[in-house]
Design a protein around this ligand. Structure first.
Ligand code: CA
Length: 405
């Protein structure tokens, strides 16, 4: 479900829409309508009635901005320390602990039924939708209909479109509530519609699998996803380790699992110096930022989290947030950078400082979009900070905090 990554908003969209002539627009709309109408038969074979199909496609217009999102290659690859700094910050740990307390009875039931512990489930919830506060803003039926008729992954998006229609048709979620990411993930757990059909569960017993309106349904569905993805009850995902000086990194990486004794022989120890321990299945050694950064021994539960969204940085964020929710510590080994990343509190402070310096970056929301990045670049330039790349780190924040001179 890596489609759920939301890239920076393209700047060209607004201009392209203004420049497109009225007749070209009418042509686009006619072609889009023809394409949509042509999907009805396929939808019906997938179990979507004609009435549902017509009701859910009525009034959908071509949306050229989606194509740009689909093809957009992020100009900026987020370093893992930035990614983790905002996803696992003190705010999310505090919010997550409050959620653990608030939903304790339901989480205990979820653990009993699916064998996945509350901290892991709540960590996924926190990273996916900030505990239900950020579902995304796009009507997903309209997005999926568009992506079914344009762009390079139409077959994939048609499957998702028909799945989304079936969710509405079954009465699980209303069409109005189907709002999410541009690529179609939605709800507390940001499931894609086909995943939803396969793995969502009705846990509160009202007869609907509602991952938008029901927190218990969402928590249980997350646990069900992980359980089906090979989660092993009561086993750790892994833990931080330290490497001996001059460690040879050959044979490392998430897929290369070997006996813990092998790693021990090569001098790997728990980060407090004690010997490696854990499930007998063996472990992989993960070096997300190379041998100079934090190192981790990971077991099969790390892979189960990876299955939720195929990125190691994502899996590490979930795993680490779960540990922090249980009272665990921050990583001991620092990331190999002299300019660490910003938490969301830091990002909001940076945005406030940028506004104060006259940069029109919009509202202070802790999300560093295109306008914030442009302002950051301008300030990096002005202050002589290198590289001038629009990345926000502690160095720039520190300079601006101190008056920006
Ligand atoms: Ca329900």
């Amino acid at each position: 479900m890596s489609d759920r990554v939301i890239p920076l908003l393209p700047l060209l969209t607004a201009a392209a829409v203004v420049l497109g002539s009225a007749s070209a627009r009418a042509q686009d709309e006619a072609a889009f309508s023809r394409c949509l109408a042509g999907l009805q038969g396929d939808a019906q074979r997938e179990g979507v009635t004609r009435a549902t199909f017509e009701q859910l496609t009525a009034g959908i217009k071509p949306d050229p901005s989606l194509l740009e999102l689909l093809d957009n290659q992020p100009e900026f690859r987020t370093p893992i320390w930035d990614y983790l700094a905002s996803l696992v910050d003190d705010e999310r740990v505090a919010d997550g602990r409050a959620m653990l307390a608030q939903w304790q009875p339901q989480l205990a039931e979820v653990e009993k039924r699916y064998g996945v512990d509350p901290a892991t489930v709540v960590a996924v919830w926190g990273v996916e939708s900030n505990f239900g506060r950020s579902f995304g803003k796009r009507p997903i039926l309209a997005s999926l209909a568009n992506l079914s008729c344009t762009g390079r992954r139409q077959a994939y998006f048609r499957t998702e479109l028909f799945a989304a229609m079936k969710i509405v048709q079954r009465g699980d979620v209303t069409a109005d509530a189907m709002v999410g990411s541009w690529a179609g993930a939605f709800g507390h757990t940001q499931f894609m519609p086909s995943t939803y059909l396969r793995l969502a569960v009705d846990f509160d017993g009202d007869g609907r699998r509602d991952l938008v309106g029901s927190v218990p349904d969402a928590l249980a569905s997350t646990a069900n996803f992980l359980a089906r993805g090979g989660w092993r009850t009561q086993q750790p995902w892994g833990y931080e380790v330290k490497l001996p000086a001059g460690f040879d990194t050959s044979g490392t990486g998430r897929k290369a699992r070997r006996a813990l004794a092998d790693w021990s022989t090569r001098g790997v120890r728990r980060v407090d110096g004690s010997p490696l321990n854990g499930p007998a299945e063996g472990a992989a050694l993960l070096l997300p930022a190379g041998p100079q950064g934090p190192a981790f021994v990971v077991f099969s539960n790390f892979d189960a989290i990876f299955g939720y969204n195929a990125a190691e940085s994502y899996a590490l964020a979930i795993a680490h947030l779960a540990d922090r929710l249980r009272g665990g510590a921050r990583f001991v080994t620092p990331w190999p950078t002299d300019d660490p990343g910003l938490s969301r509190v830091d990002r909001r402070e940076l945005q406030t400082l940028l506004l104060a310096r006259g940069h029109a970056i919009g509202e202070v929301d802790g999300v560093l979009g295109a306008a914030s990045r442009a302002a950051i670049k301008a300030e990096q330039q002005r202050l002589g900070l290198t590289p001038v790349d629009g990345r926000a780190g502690q160095k720039l924040l520190g300079r601006l905090r101190a008056g920006g001179n």
